[in-house]
Ligand binder design. Structure first.
Ligand code: G6P
Length: 467
């Protein structure tokens, strides 16, 4: 059986109790790891003053996990610094928040090199290597420098911005050269693919033929859109289960005559959480008859709390929340319920099903799986309505959502009103079409089509064929 080697910054080891909230990549790779023998390499999540250059091995079923600790300075420069203070805001079009530091960039390259050194020793000749996300862009280049000639794919989970935006980041040209060392680069949307191909052509001088790019040294790479999906059936089953969790029961009990609007996001400025609260405020001001009848529940688990921009966001969100609840709330009715706890997926699935409106209004988002999970969780006979930002990758597929520009609070407020008043026939019709879109492109399609493309790849570069 061929081996699939997955590399990502976060590694999700299955929870021995089976109760955990395995999300994101772990769900996405579950089936792939059934078809291949698996090795999953990445950061252990731990910081140690003297990290070993060798990974710690943990075996679970047919997947071996290889985990690297980071030194405090590595966590600071590579993860908090370059990945999350420079790359993340740049790629989400927030140039005003992007903080470049040479030391952070050097730390980012250093950690990628040390990961490559540790991983390189474990690679077998016919391994298929699949690297994930912006923390690890230079990994293939580092592996190639060690003589690794395997097929290496990269999937970028967040947006790839326009070349003019990415080009403002010092180091951007070097990163584009590095990304061209992969054999296949997957991004979320056709727009992301177009942005990245244009940047590689302009900055690295590659020649382009369709999705294929050839660099000056003869290496060929392909850049294509593979919109990530969810496990539709699995999530549907979770949502259909009778609610047993205290949180769901309490939410239901508080909703006698009230409509529930739900938002679920990591507490991140790309998600537009304070902006969304202000849009809900607009809605209540413009529709006073709805006061006391509608509740907005925003679940926003705290994220990246060592990064200063996230600390400011947390403060600003609490201030906005306090102001709105203080000015519009009444004894017995709080307009916005805000929690920063991470709930298990089963609880979220139940809450999505209860909610009349799913409010997914990021300022910019690679895909946004909450939008897809909200759709999957609905009752086909009485589905809720999705209000979705045009700047989420998911808007390319979920065209039957109420699509909004999150920068316009009035537009979002009107969409909330339309969603609440939408008749059942229209809700059912829109839901049916959205459901088809997420079923046709579910997570199995995503993983299988990327891996098929990577394993079918025959365009070996001149450089590699000389080795
Ligand atoms: C996004 C990124 C992931 C990341 C996740 C959580 O979805 O695409 O790579 O793991 O956010 O962020 P964190 O910094 O906690 O890993």
């Amino acid at each position: 059986m061929p081996r699939l080697v997955v590399v990502s910054n976060r590694v999700a080891i299955p929870d021995p109790t089976g109760k955990g909230s395995a999300g994101g990549l772990a769900v996405a790779l579950k089936e792939a790891f059934q078809a291949y023998q698996g090795l999953w390499f990445g950061w252990s999540g731990r910081v140690s003053s003297h990290p070993s250059p060798e990974p710690k091995m943990v075996d679970k079923g047919n997947v071996h996990y290889a985990l690297m600790d980071l030194a405090p300075i590595d966590r600071q420069e590579y993860y908090n610094g370059f990945a999350n203070r420079a790359l993340w805001p740049n790629m989400h079009y927030r140039l005003g928040l992007s903080e470049f530091s040479r030391a952070d960039y050097a730390g980012y390259l250093r950690v990628n090199r040390s990961f490559a050194n540790a991983l390189g020793q474990m690679i077998r000749p016919d391994d298929l290597i699949w690297v994930h996300d912006y923390h690890l862009i230079p990994l293939a280049a580092e592996l190639r420098a060690l003589g690794v000639t395997n097929r290496i794919g990269y999937f970028h989970h967040i947006p790839w911005p326009a070349p003019e935006v990415f080009g403002t980041l010092p180091g951007s040209r070097e990163l584009l050269r590095a990304i061209a060392d992969y054999d296949l680069v997957g991004v979320q949307t056709d727009l992301d693919a177009d942005n990245l191909r244009r940047a590689i052509v302009q900055e690295v001088g590659a020649t382009q033929q369709g999705v294929e790019l050839t660099t000056a040294n003869g290496h060929q790479t392909r850049v294509k859109g593979f919109p990530i999906g969810i496990d539709v059936k699995g999530f549907q089953q979770l949502a259909r289960r009778p609610p047993t969790h205290r949180i769901v029961k309490q939410t239901l009990a508080s909703l006698v005559s009230r409509n529930l609007i739900i938002g679920v996001d990591r507490l991140d400025y790309s998600k537009g959480i304070p902006e969304r609260m202000e849009a809900f405020e607009r809605f209540l001001v413009a529709n006073p008859d709805q006061r006391g009848h509608v509740t907005f529940l925003q679940i926003a688990p705290t994220s990246r709390s060592e990064v200063p921009e996230y600390v400011s966001l947390s403060r600003a969100t609490s201030e906005t929340l306090g102001r709105i609840n203080g000015s519009l709330g009444e004894p017995g009715w709080v307009p916005i319920h805000y929690v920063t706890t991470a709930y298990p997926r089963s609880v979220l699935a139940n809450l999505y099903r209860i909610a009349r409106v799913g409010l997914v209004t990021p300022m910019r988002d690679g895909m946004n799986l909450v939008a897809k999970e909200y759709v999957a969780a609905q009752d086909p006979e009485d589905p809720g309505v999705l209000v979705l930002s045009k700047f989420a990758g998911a808007a390319q597929q979920l065209t039957d959502a109420l699509i909004v520009n999150p920068n316009d609070k009035f537009e979002v407020a009107e969409a909330i009103r339309d969603a609440i008043h939408m008749d059942r026939d229209e809700r059912k019709e829109r839901w049916r079409r959205m459901m088809k879109a997420i079923q046709d492109y579910d997570v199995s399609w995503w993983a299988a089509s990327f891996l098929k493309d990577l394993s079918d790849y025959r365009g070996m570069s001149k450089v590699r064929s000389r080795i």
